[in-house]
Design a protein around this ligand. Sequence first.
Ligand code: ARG
Length: 481
Amino acid sequence: MKLWGGRFSLPTEKQVEQFTASIQFDWRLYEDDIAGSVAHCRMLARQGIISPDDARQIIAGLQQVYDQIKRGELEFSSDLEDIHTHVESRLRELIGEPAGRLHTARSRNDQVALDLRMYARRFIIGLGRQLIAVQSVLIDLAERHLDWVMPGYTHLQRAQPIVLGHHLLAYREMLARDFARYRDSYARVNLLPLGAGALAGVPYPTDRNYLAKLLGFAGLLANSLDAVSDRDFALEVMSANAILMVHLSRLAEDLILWSSSEFGFVEIDDRFATGSSIMPQKKNPDVAELIRGKAGRVFGDLHALLTVMKGLPLTYNRDLQEDKEAFFDSADTCLACSSILAPMLSSLKFNQARLRQTAGENYSLATDYADYLVGKGVPFRQAHSIIGQVVAWCVEQGRDLESLSINELRHFSDRFDPDAIEINVDYSVNRRQGQGGTAPVQVERAIQEARVDLSRQEEWVNTTETALPDLDELFSRPPAG
Ligand code: ARG
């Protein structure tokens, strides 16, 4: 039986039912949908819009529907279109007539906007916890490899020595900003659309503030037309997802490069690598490659919803049903990538000797030689040019910078003193003591600060989660309270 069957004299084409149905993907909103319905029902009873007795029956029935869906006992079918219809029709089967009063002062348009916002809140909290876990692993790894020198790259050419701890903390910073993006978006996700009705608001003395309180929303969407028809909150979360995946794909790419024989910087644990069906010697970084690859679908999901939204006339249009698959796919992918990353990162074994050896190769200390001359009073531009000549000569002679004697160096500038032989990779990293630099003392400081930041993130997730409605409590309160 259709919720809207009254106006129609012909049954819907089977193909149309299948084409328009969303139950095959929106079933996963059931928990949020039922929580929203319980709150709505309580509000209706509290405002005297339905009787306390009807409310009691509706809530008891919704609890049964919830348990049945949770146990997989409710069969989903495309002739019932979506999760909202499934819940309501099962409720009617269970409690009869009072079920018909639940949808008073509500439309599926404000209902579905509510459900997706509630789902997005839980997603942000769940992903937030995972981002904290990944950052925590990065910080621990940075601490263990605090002063392991390695080559730093620009243009994928060895540029200057850095320490591994610094490189790892760069990703921690990116993830911290990602976390902040979700936290900021939460403030705009966490607004109540319910009460907007189909689009214009509802002609009943509802209490939206009470609903917001029951459902843990920080405020109300102020305009009913906007409430049912915008999905910018989803776009915002999906944008944060896309940026997160940019970061994860770069981390993955570093691991892919570093685990190749060409780099030989790191070994990915057997448990997180896979083999080749033809080449017995292969150990492939497939997990990292898939993280890199999955960035593509998360960008695609964002693009899909942006395109759905663009130019859509106010207010609700069925196009909006297309928000969910993109949102779910984007969310699932981010959860999958971040949850596998933490254990994979913890299992990494870095090759200290190889990192150190390559850190000093390819004239990576040339800038330090130039800076040395600056310390002796030579203008930087001139120092740059002198060391450029030294490097050109070394390349010609097949020599390393560090192999040059003071006399050889003096050939290029009389400002070289015997202390020039102190220039090496450790000297190089230790001199970069400015805040944010790679000197191990700075990295140590950055680790302390990152830990403080991480505990603030944890606090935010915990308090935010505490403010979410508890379904058991919603079910068990007095019907009008
Ligand atoms: N399945 C629909 C969606 O996801 C629910 C809202 C339906 N509203 C309507 N007027 N047909 O958007």
